[in-house]
Ligand binder design. Structure first.
Ligand code: CMC
Length: 435
C-alpha cells in the first residue's frame, strides 16, 4: 500500500458498549478514506453502499477526478493540457507506464502497437455470423472476447510480458474490429489497417476508405478524433472499469476482461449516452419543443432523462465536455458548416437547463457525451458506432487499471457482501401438500 496513515475514526454501536477504532488513509489528492476491513471482525457489521458512491474499492495511481472543481488528471497531467499538447498514443503510454514517453520510448511503443493492428484472417469469418444490422457493440463484445481463442500465449495475467503483449494487441486491434463491424453493416469490403498513418487517421481510413477510390485523410478531422480518444481514455473507477477489475480479480484473461468492460459500457447510463443524446435531439426535433421536453424530464413519473447531463462524480462542468464543445466548433468551422441544427439545439438545451432550478439544485451539468455525439456526427461517424469508439478509447484505461490491480500485492477476488432482506429459514412442504 502506498497510502499514508491519516488519523482514525471511532465507531460506536448505539445500545451496546462495543466500539472500534478504524484507521483513516490519506492519498496524494482527495478525501481521506476510512479503512473498514476490520469492522465486521470487531463489531460484526457490514457497510451498506448501493452503487458504491461512498466506497473506494482500490488504491490507484492512474486517474484523479475532483468532481466539485471539474478537474480530471491522468497520472497528474490535466486533461486540457493532454488534449492540446499530446496525441492518443502518448496518452496510452502515459496511462500504461506512468509517464509521457520521450522520443525513443514513443518510437518503441508506437512500433509495439502498430505491429499488431491486423486481425487473424480467421477472425474475419466471425463477422459473417452476425446480422448486417447488428449493433457494433454486440459485435465488439463477441469479437474482442474471441481474441482469447487466438492468443493462447497471452492468457496468463500473472505473466507481465504476456500482459504487455495482450495490451499491445488489444489497443492495436480494437479499432480494426470497430471499423470492420461498420464495414460489415454497410456490406463494403473490410479495409486493412495502414501503419504509416497515425492511430486516429488509420481508424478513420479503415472506416471511410473503399478500394475503388483514392483516400485523402483530413488532418483536422483526424486531430478531432484523436482528441475524442484522449478525452475518453480513462475515468477512474466507473462502472465499466470496475467491471474489468472485478472480472480480472478472478484471474480471467485480459481479452475476456475487456469484453466484459465493453458490455458494461454499452448501457445508456454509461457509454451508450452519446448515442442516446443524438436520438434525444432528433426526437425533440426543433428548439421550440425544448421547454416541453424539459418539463417532461422534471416530471418524476415520466422517467425521461436529459441524456448527456449529470454525472456520479462531477457536480460541476465535466472538463471533457468543455473541450468537446470547443472541438465541435473547430470541426464545424473546418468543414464549413455554418448551421448545424443539432449543435444549435444542444446549445439552447444547455442554456435552458443551466438556468433551471431543477438542474441547478441537483448540480446537473453537461457531461462528455453531450457534445461528443455532435462532433462524431460531423466527422462522419455513424451514430451506432459512437459507443464503439468510446470502447476503443477506453480499452487502454481498462488495461492500465487491470494491470495496476494485478500488480497490487493486496488484490484479491472482488466479492461484495449484501444486506439480506428475503425470507428467513423455512421448511419445504411437498408439492401435494402445498396450498
Ligand atoms: N436528467 C434528469 N435528471 C437527472 C439526470 C438527468 N440526466 N441525472 C440525474 N438526475 C436527477 C435524478 O433523477 C436525481 O433526482 P432526485 O434527487 O430528485 O431523485 C438526481 O438528479 C441525482 O441523480 P442520481 O440518479 O442519484 O445520480 P447518479 O450519480 O446515480 O447518476 C448518471 C449519474 C450519469 C447515471 C445520471 O446523471 C444519468 O443517468 N445521466 C444521463 C445519462 C448520461 O448522460 N450518462 C453519461 C455519463 S458521462 C459518460 C460516462 O461516464 O459514461
Amino acid at each position: 500500500m502506498t497510502s499514508t496513515p491519516a488519523g482514525s475514526i471511532t465507531v460506536t454501536m448505539e445500545g451496546s458498549n462495543k466500539s472500534t477504532t478504524l484507521p483513516l488513509l490519506g492519498g496524494t489528492l482527495g478525501p481521506k478514506v476510512a479503512d473498514i476491513r476490520k469492522l465486521y471482525g470487531e463489531l460484526g457489521i457490514f457497510t451498506f453502499d448501493p452503487g458504491y458512491g461512498a466506497t473506494a474499492s482500490c488504491e490507484s495511481t492512474i486517474t484523479y477526478i475532483d468532481g466539485d472543481e471539474g478537474v480530471l488528471l491522468y497520472r497528474g497531467y490535466p486533461i486540457e493540457q493532454l488534449a492540446e499538447k499530446s496525441h492518443f498514443l502518448e496518452v496510452c503510454h502515459l496511462l500504461l507506464n506512468g509517464d509521457l514517453p520521450n522520443a525513443a520510448q514513443y518510437e518503441e511503443f508506437h512500433k509495439g502497437v502498430t505491429y499488431h493492428t491486423m486481425l487473424h484472417e480467421q477472425l474475419r469469418r466471425f463477422f459473417e455470423g452476425f446480422r448486417r444490422d447488428a449493433h457494433p457493440m454486440a459485435v465488439m463484445c463477441g469479437v474482442v472476447g474471441a481474441l482469447a481463442a487466438f492468443y493462447h500465449d497471452n492468457l496468463d495475467i500473472n505473466d507481465p510480458r504476456a500482459r504487455e503483449i495482450a495490451a499491445f494487441r488489444l489497443i492495436a486491434k480494437v479499432p480494426t474490429i470497430a471499423a470492420m463491424a461498420y464495414k460489415y453493416s454497410l456490406g463494403q469490403p473490410f479495409v486493412y489497417p495502414r501503419n504509416d498513418l497515425s492511430y486516429a487517421e488509420n481508424f478513420l481510413y479503415m472506416l471511410n476508405a473503399v478500394p475503388a477510390e483514392p483516400y485523402v485523410s483530413n488532418p483536422i478531422l483526424a486531430r478531432a478524433m484523436d482528441r475524442i480518444l484522449i478525452l475518453h481514455a480513462d475515468h477512474e473507477q466507473n462502472a465499466s472499469t470496475s467491471t474489468v477489475r472485478l472480472a480480472g480479480s478472478t484471474g480471467a484473461n485480459p481479452f475476456a476482461c475487456i469484453a466484459a468492460g465493453i458490455a458494461a459500457l454499452w448501457g445508456p447510463a454509461h457509454g451508450g449516452a452519446n448515442e442516446a443524446v443524438l436520438k434525444m435531439l432528433a426526437e425533440i426535433g426543433s428548439p421550440e419543443n425544448i421547454p416541453h421536453f424539459i418539463s417532461e424530464v422534471k416530471d418524476k413519473n415520466s422517467h425521461t432523462k436529459l441524456m448527456g447531463f449529470g454525472h456520479r462524480v462531477y457536480k460541476n462542468f465535466d472538463p471533457r465536455a468543455k473541450i468537446m464543445k470547443e472541438t465541435c466548433h473547430e470541426v464545424l468551422a473546418e468543414l464549413g458548416i455554418k448551421n448545424e441544427p443539432l449543435l444549435d439545439m444542444a446549445m439552447e438545451m444547455e442554456r435552458i437547463a443551466l438556468s433551471d432550478d431543477y438542474f441547478i439544485s441537483r448540480k446537473l451539468y453537461p457531461n462528455v457525451d453531450f457534445y461528443s455525439g455532435i462532433v462524431q456526427r460531423a466527422i462522419g461517424i455513424p451514430v451506432p458506432l459512437f459507443t464503439a469508439i468510446f470502447a476503443l478509447a477506453r480499452t487502454v484505461g481498462w488495461i492500465a487499471q487491470l494491470n495496476e490491480m494485478i500488480g497490487d500485492p493486496e488484490y484479491k477476488i472482488g466479492r461484495p457482501r449484501q444486506l439480506f432482506v428475503g425470507a428467513a429459514p423455512r421448511n419445504v412442504v411437498p408439492l401435494a401438500k402445498r396450498g
